[in-house]
Design a protein around this ligand. Structure first.
Ligand SMILES: [Zn+2]
Length: 493
């Protein structure tokens, strides 16, 4: 039975892997695997599909690790397994499988140094359109983690909806980073000539974090280990890093039901670390979320051709389920699958420790995980370019949703006119699972994406009279703008 490669956004059961009696020393190629052998009912591989066994399965072409006995079983079952390489060191086999015969990552992919250099080049040529922010540094090697703000006036914070794309929480999942880098180039090249890009940049703030897990990304792009998923934290403190499977899964480090997500075992694929926000990569993303409230975001991963979104929690959806599922459906519908069989699937994920429950539950950002590609984490340059092209369409659909419909509220102090941070909430919709949304400090602004309809809106802040707006209409398109001047209560702050 051959199960599909578990998508990284969902629970991954390493224990399902039954270790063979002898080590797997063979890298084996099998071509022309029939579709029914890939769906879980086949007799092709009598175990789970994870990276201990099947390294990649792209279309009908698999690379797997096998023992000599497993090789014989494959041949006896009527397949034509071809041994590509034999080696006692599994890392050597993984390198050959995922980097190819050159043992180097294809130059289609960027190293982090190349991303920084490319971004520098774009900023030098278009200093008004793009600005770089260091949002933190990596846990182990203290490398800078950068975010890029892109708009028609990027050197200043703009009072606009903000959207975010980020890549490589998991460092072997390279397609997301390449999608973010290509979007950066598309935005800068298209401003003033491409009307769609120009509209985004004139009316939104677009933020890009090409690589969250910079240390891990370097392990993969340098050719050291194409499996590397976690960060480089020296968990056992032996002073040696980069020995698989050490590190912390930085997509299990967010403080939203943290203890329910991932694993507490340091060698586990999804080790969540010692406590929430223990990893500097997660603190960097929190720092960014403190700097900028995001309306919408995509966290790119691999693989599975599916979008995970917040959430199903004890069988209950989020209070914003209608809005979220509409947006996710529209994003997914733009991203074609590799085999041409349709567009990406969608599925509500669990509510624990990953980026999207935290961004949504704590910050009100509709964040989703897009699992790019199918059957591997690293693809040939040709396949990678195709997957990126499709995912740029998905990102475009996300940006288009930052224009409403919904409420656009500006809150000020009635006496001074100064912008105010206040709770802007919908008591008939919001529930205890989600923190209340706030207007931001800089502009007193709060955006809330909604379905068309009529809403009961409450704006509250200690020291001010609560404002209740019982019947606010949201049309089918665009923002309903509300100016709210809050009166200080007598004797208040
Ligand atoms: Zn992932």
């Amino acid at each position: 039975m051959l199960l599909l490669l578990a998508a990284c956004g969902v629970a991954f059961n390493l224990n399902a892997s039954v270790a063979p009696a002898e080590p797997r020393t063979l890298l084996v190629e099998v071509r022309d695997i029939p579709a029914d052998e890939q769906t879980g009912e086949g007799s092709f591989v009598a175990s789970d599909y994870n990276r201990e066994r099947v390294v990649s399965l792209i279309r009908n072409h698999a690379l797997l690790l096998a023992t000599p006995a497993e090789l014989d079983e494959l041949a006896a079952a009527g397949f034509a397994p071809k041994v590509i390489m034999e080696n006692k060191d599994q890392l050597v086999l993984y390198r050959r499988a995922l980097y190819g015969p050159t043992l180097k990552l294809d130059p289609y992919y960027h190293s982090y140094a190349q991303i920084i250099a490319r971004a520098d080049e774009l900023m030098r040529a278009h200093p008004r359109l793009m600005q770089r922010f260091q949002i933190g540094e990596t846990t182990q090697f203290r490398q800078p983690i950068y975010a890029y703000r892109i708009s028609n006036a990027a050197t200043m914070a703009q009072d606009r909806p903000a959207v975010l794309l980020n890549g490589a929480h998991h460092s072997d999942e390279l397609i997301g980073t390449e999608t973010v880098v290509r979007m950066m180039e598309k935005l800068i090249a298209g401003y003033g000539s491409d009307p769609v890009v120009t509209r985004w940049m004139d009316q939104l703030e677009i933020w890009l974090v090409p690589v969250v897990n910079v240390d891990g990304h370097n392990v993969v792009t340098s050719g050291h280990d194409p499996r590397w998923r976690k960060n480089l934290r020296d968990v056992n403190g032996d002073g040696i890093t980069g020995v698989y499977p050490e590190g912390v899964d930085v997509n299990r480090g967010y403080n939203f039901n943290w203890a329910l997500g991932g694993s507490d075992q340091p060698d586990a694929y999804s080790y969540r670390g010692p406590h929430p926000f223990a990893e500097a990569e997660n603190r960097a993303m929190r720092q960014l979320a403190d700097l900028q409230q995001f309306l919408l975001s995509i966290s790119y991963h691999s693989q599975g051709e599916v979008i995970f979104y917040p959430w199903t929690w004890g069988g209950r959806p989020t209070p914003d389920d209608a809005v979220i599922t509409r947006i996710v459906r529209n994003v997914a519908a733009q991203i074609g699958k590799m085999d041409g069989s349709g567009t990406y699937d969608m599925s509500p994920g669990g509510p624990s420790s990953q980026s999207y429950p935290w961004f949504y539950g704590r910050r009100g950002t509709i964040d989703m995980i897009v699992e790019t590609g199918k059957g591997s984490h690293i693809f040939s340059a040709e396949d990678a370019a195709g997957i990126v092209q499709e995912n740029l369409k998905g990102a475009a659909a996300l940006f288009d949703h930052a224009f409403g419909p919904g409420l656009n509220v500006r809150v000020t102090d009635a006496t001074t006119g100064a912008p105010l941070v206040a709770e802007v909430w919908l008591p008939r919709i919001d529930n205890e699972t989600v923190d209340r949304r706030h207007s931001n400090a800089e502009f007193g602004r709060a955006y809330r994406l909604l379905e068309p309809g009529t809403y009961y809106v409450v704006i509250s802040r200690p020291g001010y009279e609560t404002v209740v707006l019982p019947e606010q209409s949201v049309a089918a398109e665009g923002w309903t703008e509300l100016e709210v001047a809050m009166k200080p209560v007598a004797g208040g702050e």
